[in-house]
Design a protein. Structure first.
Length: 73
């Protein structure tokens, strides 16, 4: 299993567990919606951060391979 699939699976599991936990919590509807919105915003920001890190790593690997490719030929 690739690291990207593992990370995305973990994030989806965390998101689903969080949403279910909030949905079954005994709060008013407006409070629940606020919590869901905040949780969603946090998850989206976390995911964006992880995707940026992965994109940077991929760019570094691409540059490394493109620099070494003439030597391989």
């Amino acid at each position: 299993m690739s690291t990207g699939k593992l990370v995305s699976g973990i994030l989806v599991g965390i998101a689903a567990g969080t949403v279910l936990g909030i949905m079954f919590a005994p709060d008013k509807g407006c409070e629940t919606r606020k919590k869901l919105r905040q949780t969603t915003d946090d998850l989206v920001n976390n995911l964006k951060s992880k995707l940026n890190v992965m994109a940077d790593e991929m760019a570094e690997k691409y540059e490394d391979v493109s620099e070494r490719s003439p030597d391989m030929m």
